[in-house]
Design a binder for this molecule. Structure first.
Ligand SMILES: C[S@@+](CC[C@H](N)C(=O)[O-])C[C@H]1O[C@@H](n2cnc3c(N)ncnc32)[C@H](O)[C@@H]1O
Length: 219
């Protein structure tokens, strides 16, 4: 059995998981706040989110961080997640677009070029080829000087967070469905330095669960 959920398994899982995704805030929120502080979000005018889930992070961005004239678009594989996000972002519909994508990493419906692309807790569930495809499309769709902001589960570097991430990785290996297909990853290893310049990289630990925040500028 593969360690990774196939796109159709991931779609089925997240269609079923739906609004329960919002309960993950207990370990996600500190890392998302770290991303907001470090990706010059207030300067962005055309923002794209890959894998928006229920739209919880998108709603925070539109309410608190993005300029009122910034455009926002997002895609998700799951039909249920897209419906939840569209509902949540209804009041911003004049300047936002949420669509259901397939697994081919095509950001064209969001109308690139973007000056900021973000993705939280999505690349850590993709197989390595899927991560590379997403990063290739992100590089194609970002302006030179545009920013990529990523948050993912990662390996704890020490103590309890190290232990938690080891246990998490074992569960993902044996029963990927129990953890939504997500596993600890080190995304910097996927960022080609000829294309990306990392401007911020930090591991944030909440409730012993380590998340990595990376901001990279498209050269
Ligand atoms: C763990 S959830 C994270 C959702 C949201 N980004 C957050 O931080 O709350 C993963 C999301 O990625 C979506 N997803 C999985 N594979 C995807 C793919 N290939 N393309 C787009 N979205 C995908 C799932 O449907 C799900 O909504």
């Amino acid at each position: 059995m593969s360690d990774f959920l196939t796109p159709s398994q991931a779609r089925k899982f997240y269609d079923g998981f739906g609004a329960r995704q919002d309960r993950q805030g207990f370990y996600e929120d500190a890392a998302l706040a770290e991303l907001c502080r470090n990706c010059e979000i207030d300067k962005a005018r055309n923002v794209f989110e890959f894998g928006c889930g229920t739209g919880r992070f998108a709603s925070l961005l539109l309410r608190k961080h993005l300029s009122p004239d910034a455009r926002f678009s997002a895609c998700d594989l799951s039909q249920n997640m897209v419906a939840l996000a569209q509902d949540r972002l209804d009041e911003f519909s004049a300047r936002s677009l949420i669509w259901q994508c397939d697994h081919t990493a095509d950001f064209e419906p969001g109308k690139p070029p973007f000056d900021l692309i973000i993705s939280s807790y999505v690349l850590d569930l993709l197989a390595p080829d899927g991560i590379s495809d997403m990063l290739t499309e992100a590089a194609r769709c970002l302006n030179a000087g545009g920013r990529l902001g990523l948050v993912s589960l990662t390996d704890g570097r020490q103590g309890f967070s190290w232990l938690t991430s080891r246990i998490w990785a074992k569960i993902q290996h044996w029963r990927p469905n129990l953890v939504g297909g997500c596993r600890p990853v080190r995304l910097a290893e996927y960022l080609d330095p000829k294309i990306w310049r990392i401007t911020h990289q930090r591991v944030v630990v909440q409730w012993t669960i380590p998340s990595e925040v990376i901001v990279a500028v498209r050269r």
